[in-house]
Design a protein around this ligand. Structure first.
Ligand code: ZN
Ligand code: ZN
Ligand code: ZN
Length: 142
């Protein structure tokens, strides 16, 4: 049994070729847009609709096998690194995204002073800045 099959079964999901293909694409790492995931899945399987990829991503996310992030101004992206409450740093120049480990490691890693009676279960932290490539480009432009 492949690693993907085991993962799917361990979460009670039926093993299908599209699910295995999407898991495989995500396991290569990174934060991928649906278009990119669909393109890579089609290199593995002939006919997969974009809707089918969305359905698979939804099922994997609900099962905790993928995580969906959507930084402001960027389309939704998916990654295989799920369940560890890590954060992201996003480049204002090119949209590049990198992982930042959470110092605390579990949700919510920030406590509001006053929660207005809410039971808080998550603090969504996004760091913004310039990636090394954009910094180099900026210095070259000076
Ligand atoms: Zn950049
Ligand atoms: Zn990430
Ligand atoms: Zn944190």
């Amino acid at each position: 049994m492949s690693g993907g099959e085991e993962l799917l079964r361990s979460r009670g999901l039926r093993v299908t070729r599209p699910r295995l293909a999407v898991l495989d694409v995500l396991s290569a790492g990174g934060h991928l847009e649906v278009d990119e995931i669909t393109r890579r899945v089609r290199e593995r399987l002939d006919s997969v609709s974009t809707q089918a990829v969305y359905d698979v991503l939804g099922a994997l996310s609900r099962a905790g096998l993928s995580r969906r992030i959507e930084p402001a101004g960027s389309p939704a992206r998916y990654e295989a690194r799920a369940g560890d409450n890590h954060h992201h740093v996003v480049c204002r120049g090119c949209g590049e995204i990198a992982d930042i480990d959470c110092a605390v490691g579990e949700k919510p890693c920030l406590d509001p002073n006053i929660a207005h009676g809410f039971e808080v279960d998550e603090a969504e932290v996004t760091f913004w800045g310039l990636c090394p490539t954009c910094q180099a480009r900026r210095s070259a432009d000076d």
